[in-house]
Ligand binder design. Structure first.
Ligand SMILES: *Cc1c(COP(=O)(O)O)cnc(C)c1O
Length: 778
């Protein structure tokens, strides 16, 4: 039934798909290509039906045929071609581009295995391969006719032809890039854009098999296997850089295949390469595709015969770069010799770009001369991808106001001095179609019943809810929807985990990748503190709470895996202790992914956004939860700052160090974690449980956590912020007690969440960076 539905949908999608491409071509529209190593799409069947305006028709028809629509739709396997926020952002952007009728497409990799499937065994994370293509992927169309050749390795020779230097690439390895196109359906507007995912295949063309040379065949098999590895799997590291050669090959594979296909189409329609920046803009999602800069230079110079200055002018006016992090462990730096041996021609181009950039600094910015080594693209035998991206593009944007300010005033400060006009902010967003309309239709109906349906096309109109924040009728309806959603989640948890949760409890969710800076540990310390309170005072009055975690840890990130084990160990104790279990429940939901997020978020009362200030560039989970009426407990970090400004201090629970205070501690170097352990009785007794065999008698991993806080001086200020976090949680409990007050805050949050629709974000990109316009489908 699932396949039948998809086949029916495909028919009508494909008609509009062809029409849209014709409209773009005939109107000579400028088109944007969003290059990203990750697209975390999740399931598409419901959102495609929703956007086609057919969701209720299909659901009702399925029911009348005796099928459960949810069961049928959930046959679709999540497309998990991304790690977390960065990949999900790319998917939300595609939805907004199509829904706003903008000519914008995605370029990505068709990994055979997406992000690993997580299982929890005895409290430990176990990773299983995510073979999402096991059943046919219903949305893709293979386009063998658009195959591109990508070249790796080899040597470069130069020759002098009529006085100009020419570069010849020899002995390279040839890899075929086969595009698989996925249609991106706009919201009830007949626009269908394209996500093009590239798959690596071998070619047997240049292999000559001789019966006398049997080893040729084995050579061929070796080559074939090494080529197919390129699009085999997604690297599972989030906000972390690992200098793996295969990852670098993946990046170039995407960049070269994507760019060549764009140039081929461009040359068919337009003659003058000089006009490229008038018709094409390439946005790169973080530095991962930043080889786009030297690759475009190579294509323009070696293949198209332009000279350096012309090629550089075109490149710089075509590429735009989005920065996603200031964490030093996430900034990509590739060893010079790796780049040189994999891409010998690009290496020469990068050296030349670097040479010219450093000379320009030397002559035009004498005050920055001592900064040249730290600003260079190539220094200490490393290639700094962020520097390459900034030098080679016309726009550099951060993803929330605070993050952009940190880029301008701290992390990228000297670049801001040189290129002040390039820096701009584009605060992230989420598609309200998936994250409200589709995942919480009952809430959407209540909102439309109150303010009419215009907010769906123009989400900023959710602000019309503000006058109703105090309305008893609306409050009651919203409370009812939340309660139904909690019951649904409770039912799911009962069924899959055999744990009973109180559907009247405060549902407090912490769902995101597991990372030190996201401080799941701080949340857990507060939970252990509540557990100890219950043990000390068995009759203590407490509003029952359910703490839900969902998080994958990078397989090599041991600290993060220890935290998962600790969450599960604490959960086991808390959920069974007779003095605690009716007041506190802790659930770790395994395999956090888009479809699981869609289940959890509508049921949430409290949204945990508690990163160490300055470390979370924006966050988007915060926006999804706010849009579904959850109240945020959060630090003044990333987009939390903007949420707080919009809703006002009474409608958010902020706590902890500010980013300025964090920077000041780091500068002075006078933070002493041990003092907080020694001086806060609660904190000491919480932490001592990690090492006194309270939880298990073999708890090496908890000792690791304990010592990372004390011996390594608590890099993420967990101990420093503990007191203020506990206090914020007390305020949450008080406020929840007064349901009228709580629901008022909840409505105010929903009312302001329209600002965080990715439609708003994409309109800003379209106007300020891309200079593209909507195209109506006649
Ligand atoms: C939104 C989302 C994220 C990002 O969450 P943050 O809280 O912003 O880190 C990660 N993973 C999935 C599956 C998501 O849907």
């Amino acid at each position: 039934m699932f396949q039948s539905i998809c086949l029916m949908m495909r028919e009508s999608i494909h008609t509009n798909w062809h029409k849209t491409q014709e409209v773009y071509r005939d109107s000579e529209s400028k088109q944007v290509y969003y290059f990203s190593m990750e697209f975390l799409l999740g399931r598409m069947v419901e959102t495609n039906l929703l956007n086609m305006g057919l969701l209720s028709l299909y659901s009702e028809t399925l029911e009348s045929l005796g099928f459960d629509p949810e069961e049928v739709f959930h046959e679709e396997h999540d497309a998990g071609l991304g790690n977390g926020g960065l990949g999900r952002l790319a998917a939300c952007f595609l939805d907004s581009l199509a829904s706003l009728q903008l000519p914008g497409h995605g370029m990505g990799i068709r990994y055979k295995y997406g992000l690993f499937q997580q299982k929890v065994v005895n409290g430990y994370q176990v990773e299983l391969p995510d073979y999402w293509l096991k059943d046919e992927y219903m949305w893709e169309t293979k386009r063998s006719d658009k195959t591109i050749e990508v070249r790796f390795g080899g040597t470069v020779e130069t020759s002098n032809e009529n006085g100009s230097l020419k570069f010849h690439h020899h002995d390279y390895e040839r890899v075929l890039a086969i595009p698989y196109d996925v249609p991106i359906v706009g919201y009830q507007n007949e626009t269908v854009n394209t996500l093009r995912l590239w798959s690596a295949e071998s070619t047997s063309n240049h292999f000559h098999f001789h019966s006398s040379r049997g080893h040729d065949y084995y050579h061929y098999l070796d080559y074939k296997r090494s080529v197919e590895k390129i699009s085999e799997f997604l690297y599972p590291d989030d906000s972390y850089y690992e200098g793996k050669i295969l990852r670098l090959k993946q990046q170039y594979f995407l960049v070269s295949a994507g760019l060549q296909s764009i140039l081929q189409r461009f040359k068919k329609q337009f003659k003058e390469l000089k006009c490229l920046p008038n018709h094409i803009v390439v946005q790169i999602n973080d530095t991962h595709p930043s080889l786009i800069v030297p690759e475009l230079m190579r294509l323009l110079i070696d293949e198209e015969g332009l000279d350096w200055d012309e090629a550089w002018d075109i490149t710089q006016r075509t590429v735009a770069y989005t920065n996603h992090t200031t964490l030093s462990e996430a900034l990509e730096k590739w060893p010079e010799d790796m780049i040189q041996s994999l891409f010998p021609r690009l290496y020469l181009i990068i050296k030349e770009i670097n040479e010219r950039f450093c000379q320009m600094l030397w002559f035009d910015y004498p005050e920055l001369r001592d900064k040249i080594p730290e600003m260079a693209i190539l220094s200490y035998n490393q290639i700094h991808m962020a520097h390459l991206a900034m030098v080679g593009s016309f726009s550099i944007n951060g993803v929330a106001k605070l993050h952009t300010d940190i880029l301008k005033n701290r992390v990228m400060k000297p670049f801001y001095t040189v290129f002040p006009k390039r820096f701009n902010n584009k605060t992230n967003g989420i598609t309200h179609r998936r994250w409200l309309l589709n995942c919480n239709p009952e809430l959407a109906t209540v909102l439309s019943d109150t303010i009419g349906p215009n907010w769906i096309k123009e989400p900023h109109r959710l602000a019309s809810l503000l006058p109703f924040a105090d309305d008893a009728g609306l409050q009651e309806s919203i409370a009812k929807v939340k309660h139904e959603n909690k019951k649904r989640l409770a039912h799911y948890i009962k069924k899959h985990y055999d744990i009973t949760i109180d559907d009247k409890s405060i549902v407090d969710v912490h769902i995101k990748r597991l990372h030190g800076y996201k401080r799941q540990l701080l949340n857990l310390f507060h939970i252990i503190h509540l557990y100890q309170l219950c043990l000390e005072q068995p009759t203590i009055e407490m509003t029952p709470r359910t703490f839900i975690f969902g998080a994958k840890a990078a397989p090599g990130y041991l600290f993060a895996k220890h935290v998962i084990k600790l969450i599960n160990t604490v959960a086991e104790k808390v959920n069974h202790h007779p003095h605690v279990r009716d007041k506190v429940k802790v659930i770790f939901l395994e395999n956090y992914q888009v479809s699981l997020a869609e289940r959890i978020i509508p049921a949430a009362d409290v949204s945990e956004q508690i990163s160490t200030a300055s470390k979370e560039a924006s966050g988007t989970g915060n926006m999804k939860l706010m849009m579904n009426g959850a109240l945020t407990i959060g630090t003044l970090d990333g987009a939390n700052v903007e949420i707080s400004e919009l809703v006002g201090p009474n409608n958010i629970f902020t706590f902890g160090l500010t980013s300025e205070e964090v920077f000041a501690y780091q500068q002075r170097g006078d933070y002493r974690a041990r003092d907080y352990y020694n001086n806060d009785r609660r904190l000491k007794s919480v932490m001592d449980l990690l090492v006194n065999q309270h939880f298990t008698n073999d708890d090496v991993e908890f000792k690791d956590i304990f010592y990372s806080l004390l011996s390594n001086n608590d890099e993420y200020f967990v101990l420093k912020d503990f007191d203020s976090y506990v206090h914020a949680h007390k305020l949450i409990e008080q406020s929840y007690h007064n349901q009228h007050e709580w629901l008022q805050k909840s409505i105010i949050n929903i009312a302001h969440s329209g600002t965080f629709s990715s439609d708003r974000t994409i309109q800003e990109y379209a106007k300020d960076i891309w200079e593209i316009e909507p195209k109506k489908q006649s």
